[in-house]
Design a protein around this ligand. Structure first.
Ligand code: 13P
Length: 284
């Protein structure tokens, strides 16, 4: 399949009521695990990269992994930049071949968020690259930036409507009570607010902080308009735990390809579990 942007997968997902998983990759093996799991489940999928991962490997390398895997598979695969505050990094990713980017100016006042998002749309749309923006502030730690419970602000539906009327945005990430990282208690999701934002904006919405949400919460959020569902922490845990547990159960083994093979299978299981929870299997 050719490399595609969010418009090739999200409007259909929103219309048909399923979620497309956006999985934060860490290296080539995890990228391969995401694409293989999508392929085995005939699901569209989003390879999501944090700016930190992009900086570690370099734009050209990550874009090459994407092209090589996406072009050989029969399912739609998007390459998306997650939570980026730096326009220069966004520019480099667009030039390298990302098909979608997120500008996160949610900590700025509304007008500045609008202005920065408009700049990113101007950079991205001539290249056919879709844009996600955030409104309100999502709790937790992402990209080493911690947003505490007191700082976190839920997205305002009227402001969301104004934001989306003023821009030709492709998808919106409204803060609705979910959080990045591991939940310490039961998350309190503002379903009414989510429903109103979905109705007033008409856009596919992105659900952040997916790790640890229950099947019921996923189903309800997806039914209310969350066409993109983000999973990062879960993959980080599987990535490290699988490697360590393989070593613990094979203490004499120093052939790393065996560790990598085990890790790949464990990552695929985690991606598969989420794809199925979101109703994305068979939707490619
Ligand atoms: P989790 O780390 O909670 O899975 O959230 C992922 C996310 O929303 C990335 O933007």
């Amino acid at each position: 399949m050719p490399c595609v942007n969010m418009n090739a997968v999200l409007p259909k997902a929103r219309r048909e009521g399923y979620g497309v998983g956006a999985f934060n990759i860490l290296d080539y093996a995890s990228t391969r695990a995401v694409v293989q799991a999508a392929e085995e489940n005939a699901a569209p999928v989003i390879i999501q990269t944090s700016p930190k991962t992009v900086q570690f490997w370099g734009c050209g390398t990550v874009a090459a992994w994407y092209r090589e895997l996406a072009e050989k598979t029969g399912v739609s695969v998007v390459l998306h930049l997650d939570h980026c505050k730096d326009l220069e990094v966004i520019r480099r990713c667009i030039d390298a071949g990302w098909t979608s980017v997120m500008i996160d100016a949610s900590s700025r006042p509304f007008e500045e968020n609008l202005e920065l998002t408009a700049k990113v749309i101007q950079m991205a749309s001539p290249a056919g690259v879709t844009v996600e923006a955030e409104l309100g502030e999502i709790k937790g730690v992402e990209e080493d930036v911690a947003v505490s419970s007191t700082q976190a602000r839920l997205a305002d539906p009227q402001k969301a409507a104004l934001f989306c009327r003023s821009l030709s945005l492709d998808l919106l990430a409204p803060a609705i009570g979910t959080a990045h990282g591991i939940y310490k208690g039961e998350p309190r999701i503002a379903f009414d607010r989510l429903e109103e934002i979905a109705r007033l904006t008409g856009l596919p919405l992105a659900l952040h902080g997916g790790t640890g949400l229950s099947a019921e919460v996923f189903t309800r959020c997806i039914a209310l308009g969350c066409a993109k569902v983000n999973i990062s922490t879960s993959l980080k845990h599987v990535f490290i735990d699988s490697f360590v547990s393989y070593q613990n159960s094979h203490p004499q083994e120093y052939e790393p390809v065996k560790h990598l093979g085990f890790q790949l299978e464990e990552l695929k299981k985690d991606v598969t579990r989420h794809i199925r929870l979101f109703g994305g299997a068979g939707m490619a």
